[in-house]
Design a protein around this ligand. Structure first.
Ligand SMILES: [Zn+2]
Ligand SMILES: [Zn+2]
Length: 415
């Protein structure tokens, strides 16, 4: 969502010396999320500022409370206030103190010491075990404690988490059968299924069980690959437990598919006791096994269509990212900023018209005709699209050279 609230009141603008933006940043967790709190139900959730929707947070993801500029935690508000007061009032108070001291000669003694307290330490953000929830309606991503229903923080749409987007297929297997399972995984993906595969779907840092639980929740079915090497029952007991639990919660929207594979020597894997109640098949070929999976799943595969109609096949041309393809103007901006303090200001003069791209006190736009302005602003946009610069205030005014930007600047001739 767009930056709102505190961002506005911590920003001071000095029109005499161009724009001076004061930005106070709050520390985020390792994934870039910032804690927010609902003033109504007091539950905490996390958001990423500057990504997803352009709109501000307007609804609580838990209770649907509607409001704006009310989501910062008390600790964040206290911190922002203390910094803003110090920055805005500190110099003024010092000046006043000096003036009063100068006046206090003789008959009147004025003693004044500005006792602005030091800004509070920034509130720390912990990496807690919240679930990541994507809100496709507004292209937002939030971290929440998973409930049965949630609300989109932008548009307020209610999301029933019990049906949700659980369309993945969980492939449960033993390490030895990785090759076989990988075969299924690739084929299922081609059919349009999103596959959950213990190894690559496990985000680093989550514990194994938590990852498994999450994987199961996101799925509409689990396939147990029971091969002759599948003997170690205890290894899969947790997965079976979770699967049975999901079945209980989701009913027909979740299927358990135990497939018993026959080895080359005619041996079969042993069906674990806890899976015996579920109808299981003994497919003779892998194709038959695939058919059983697709047939059993509650979600149908994508229908046959012309290739250029399939969204996954047609890909939008990616922005080329080689630095030599930048326009001369983009190169000039990047070079100047990287050589200086890394900051770029884009200013629009409202009223008199005209624009400026300022780096280190100089306006890089040489002439104020529309064409020249368009070319230079285009150069700035080019840099932003390639992530060579970052929009600091998300208002298109303050930019900062990124790590990639510095790297690109080093590659420029004459750098
Ligand atoms: Zn709430
Ligand atoms: Zn929405």
């Amino acid at each position: 969502m767009a930056l709102m609230g505190p961002d506005q009141w911590v920003r001071t603008i000095d029109y005499q010396e161009g724009v001076q933006a004061l930005e106070i940043s709050l520390p985020t967790d390792a994934d870039g999320f910032l804690s927010q709190e609902c003033p109504s139900c007091e539950q905490r959730f996390k958001v990423i500022f500057g990504e997803g929707s352009e709109e501000p947070i307007s609804y609580c993801p838990y209770c649907g409370h509607n409001g704006q500029d009310c989501w910062h935690t008390q600790a964040q508000v206290d911190y922002l206030q203390s910094v803003a007061v110090n920055v805005a009032l500190g110099p003024e108070l010092k000046k006043l103190e000096r003036q009063l001291k100068g006046m206090s000669k003789g008959f009147l003694k004025v003693d004044m010491t500005s006792d602005l307290s030091e800004p509070l330490p920034a509130p720390t953000e912990t990496d807690d075990l919240l679930d990541i929830l994507h809100l496709p309606c507004c292209n937002e991503t939030v971290k929440v404690t998973r409930h049965e229903r949630h609300f989109c923080i932008i548009c307020g749409t209610e999301i029933d988490m019990t049906i949700s987007d659980a369309k993945k297929v969980f492939l449960s297997h033993k390490g030895d059968d990785k090759k076989l399972v990988n075969d299924f995984k690739e084929t299922l993906k081609l059919l349009g299924y999103d596959v959950w595969f213990a190894e690559d779907a496990m985000p680093p840092g989550t514990t194994l069980e938590r990852g498994l639980r999450r994987g199961m929740q996101d799925s509409c079915g689990v396939v147990f690959f029971i091969t002759p090497s599948f003997k170690d029952e205890s290894f899969l007991e947790t997965e079976i437990d979770y699967a049975v639990q999901e079945r209980r919660e989701k009913g027909e929207k979740f299927v358990i598919i135990p497939l018993q594979f026959v080895g080359a020597d005619g041996n079969t894997g042993e069906i674990p006791k806890s899976l015996e109640t579920y109808v299981w098949k003994q497919p003779k070929t892998r194709l038959e096994a695939l058919r059983e999976i697709v047939r059993a799943l509650p979600v149908a595969p994508v229908s046959i269509d012309w290739r250029d109609e399939i969204a996954g096949v047609v890909t939008a041309p990616k922005t080329k990212s080689t630095v030599t393809e930048l326009s001369e103007e983009a190169k000039a901006i990047l070079k100047a900023a990287a050589a200086g303090d890394g900051k770029i200001m884009h200013m629009r003069y409202i009223g008199i018209g005209g624009e400026a791209i300022r780096v280190g006190g100089n306006n890089l736009i040489p002439k104020q005709d529309r064409r020249t302005i368009a070319i230079w602003v285009g150069g700035l946009e080019d840099l932003r699209q390639r992530r060579y610069i970052k929009d600091r205030g998300h208002k298109g005014e303050m930019f900062e050279v990124t790590r990639e930007g510095y790297k690109a600047a080093d590659e420029l001739p004459g750098a």
